[in-house]
Design a protein around this ligand. Sequence first.
Ligand code: MRU
Length: 351
Amino acid sequence: MTTRDDPDFSPLRLDGEVVHILDQTRLPAEEIWIECRDPEPVADAIRRLAVRGAPAIGVAAAYGLALGAHAWGEDEASLERADALLRATRPTAVNLRWALDQGRRSWLERLEAGEPVAPALFAWAADLHRRDVEINRRMGEHGARLFASGDRVLTHCNAGALATGGYGTALGVVRAAYAAGALSMVWVDETRPLLQGARLTAWELGQLAIPYRLVTDSSAGALMSRDLVDRIVVGADRIAANGDVANKIGTYTLAVLAQRHGVPFYVAAPRSTLDPDTATGADIPIEERAPGEITAVGGAALAPAGADAANFAFDVTPHDLVTAIITEVGVLEPPFDESIARAIALGGSGH
Ligand code: MRU
């Protein structure tokens, strides 16, 4: 199983009433799949980033809810237990809430109608998963049109097939642009502290045979000042109603540098990542993770014993630093409060 052998590669798989999740903490060394028969291992996988990336978290939560109905019972108490467990896993990616809100509605409707819940929820989650891949492919087509022949693009973190139901958001745009002959290579930020760029994006690009070079996060300014970056494309965990973007820590730094150097800064995200209920980036909850993720790697200490560290997992890029937001319904341009509202008003996005 590789992304190159299988263009529909997904980090999640439903097999009967068992959900398999690829453990991304073990990549690139090993490909280990976690077997989930109830919501607990799903919640655990989300919490420890075995499955990560906003859209993939949404798909995992949808399957988690279905497993709740199957393994814990179809009554309302099981719904509340599964929903609370999954909802508390990670705070920033709005796709989690988006998926759980839909799943709740579906569960309660079935209960009211006196119909079986679990089969309906498995079918709903599988459909949400399938639609996420379709959406990403459409996003790729829209985004690829922004690229010009020979472009060198820089990306941060991992917004590829691994971070979604399949195909990827920012990396989906990269794939489509490369297939269209409009891209020559990718600069891959290693993405401290958990190295999603070095471990995951490099893994995916290698499997897809797309040329890339890995760089330290602090290289971005030097690359741009030497005119080595034509475009930046990143994913998002949540986009506020005004277009402010929460994404992996370090994204804001890139956007500031991009403005300084006149490099277009694109965000690729499905409409499920737009959050009309959050007015601005200041209202987006930012996850703070354990200091140990910074002070040690693979059990080896990088800092003196007892060193404290601030481990903010995400930052917020103000909307005025964003050139365009690439979605499945087209490329949104400023003023983002208006283009985002229009994109949501098109309907069918589950909002
Ligand atoms: O902490 P992570 O690895 O879940 O962070 C992921 C990101 O920041 C991605 O860029 C974002 O979720 C978009 S994934 C298509």
